[in-house]
Structures are given as structure tokens and as C-alpha cells.
Design a protein around this ligand. Structure first.
Ligand code: MD6
Ligand code: FE
Length: 217
């Protein structure tokens, strides 16, 4: 499937696709929630704006980020970690909007993880040309909980690799409304996002937004 086929359509596909043991895509699962999610993103970013964090090596990250919930993921010269307060103003991260919590509970249950209560939500914003290099999500204390990842706006190609950086990566097109639930034996797979292609989404304009919900503490 190429993203171009669906770029200008309101309808995508639905249903579930298993990527690997413990990792599946719920196609279009968030689409009925999208307007409430976008309102929640606006509330969060009014209090904790998107910013480009620095990697420990001093590079500006390509995706702009913010957080909501009890813990937020940050990166700076001192490393990667979760913090209860936004370093920009020293205040607690904004609470998770009810629309986020409703969606994550429904998606996790649909994927076979009932009762998931995340304590961290990282919000990534990609403008065309923005990418996310291959990485593992390993800063969370509880690696038994799955991650729930929600894609909104412009499509992107998700690189889905193995447990070593040098393993082959599959390429998966993620469209507006797709939800990836990822845990168990896939929890520490390397993954990334190829540079987002130019385009305009009817609801979000010239951007892709990804929400990743984790149990960090
Ligand atoms: C993104 N996602 O989709 C970046 N991490 O923009 C992630 O880095 C990610 O989608 C862990 C689990 C699922 C993900
Ligand atoms: Fe990740």
C-alpha cells in the first residue's frame, strides 16, 4: 500500500494487521475520535508548547515534541529520561485529556491488553521532511506494558526492525487514525519514521502528529 493512494481521501482501511508477535496495527481505530483528539492536542500545547529537544550529542531533534500526563519524556545534553515537570516552565505536564484516555483504553482492550493505564503520553509533530531515526523505546521502567501509538494527519512510513540495530526493517504505511499496539516480544524492536512527504491533511494541515502512550514508572 502506498500512502499516495489515500493521501486525499477521508476513508482509510479498518481492521487489524499483525506485524509480529506482540505488535499489531488497528487500522483506522482512532478515526472516529480524531476531532476530540485534535482538541485535546490544542489544550495540551497551549500549556506545554511543541519544542525541538536536543539529543545527548547536542543535535536538534527533527520532530517537535511535548508531553501530557504524570510523566513526560525529555532529551537534553544530560540524556533521555522521564520528568514530572516541563523543563520550559518547571510546571507539571498538562493532564491527559479525557479523549486520550478513552481512546487508549479502547485500543489496548481491542488489542488484548485490558486495563492499560498509561502514565506518559509523548506527542510528536512532524512537518514534511521530518523524520525519526531508528531507535528503541527503553527508558520506561515497566517493559511488560505495551505502547499504544496513534497516528494523525499526514501519512508516514514506519520502519519496523528487529532487536539489533542492524536487523532488516520492514516498511509499514501509517495513515490518519491508525493505532499501533506494541508489546511483549516486540517491545524492544528498533523502529523509526522515514521523512514525511509533502502534503496537506483535511483536519491537521501540513503535519503528522503521533501520540505514544507508555507506562513509564
Ligand atoms: C512515530 N513512533 O510514529 C514514532 N515508539 O512517529 C515511535 O517512536 C513508537 O510508534 C514505540 C512504539 C510505537 C511507536
Ligand atoms: Fe519509539
Amino acid at each position: 500500500m502506498t500512502p499516495d493512494l489515500f493521501e486525499h481521501c477521508d476513508e482509510g482501511s479498518t481492521g487489524r494487521e499483525e506485524l509480529a508477535p506482540g505488535a499489531l496495527v488497528l487500522r483506522g481505530f482512532a478515526r472516529p475520535h480524531a476531532e476530540r483528539l485534535v482538541a485535546g492536542i490544542a489544550d495540551v500545547t497551549a500549556r506545554a508548547p511543541f519544542r525541538h529537544m536536543l539529543t545527548p550529542g547536542g543535535q536538534r531533534m527533527s520532530a517537535a515534541m511535548t508531553n501530557c500526563g504524570p510523566l513526560g519524556w525529555i532529551s537534553d545534553r544530560r540524556g533521555y529520561r522521564y520528568e514530572p515537570c516541563d523543563p520550559l516552565d518547571g510546571k507539571p505536564w498538562p493532564p491527559m485529556p479525557a479523549s486520550f484516555l478513552d481512546l487508549v483504553a479502547a485500543a489496548a482492550a481491542a488489542a488484548g491488553f485490558p486495563g492499560l493505564v498509561p502514565d506518559a503520553c509523548l506527542i510528536n509533530r512532524y512537518e514534511p521532511g521530518t523524520r525519526m531515526s531508528l531507535h528503541q523505546d527503553r527508558d520506561e521502567r515497566d517493559l511488560t506494558a505495551p505502547i499504544v501509538s496513534v497516528s494523525l494527519g499526514l501519512p508516514a512510513i514506519f520502519l519496523f526492525g528487529g532487536l539489533s540495530r542492524s536487523d532488516h526493517s520492514d516498511r509499514i504505511a501509517l495513515m490518519h487514525g491508525d493505532v499501533v499496539v506494541w508489546g511483549g516480544p516486540s517491545r524492544l524492536r528498533f523502529h523509526g519514521i522515514l521523512p514525511v512527504k509533502e502534503g496537506t491533511h483535511p483536519l491537521l494541515g501540513r503535519q503528522r502528529i503521533n501520540l505514544t502512550f507508555r507506562k513509564a514508572a
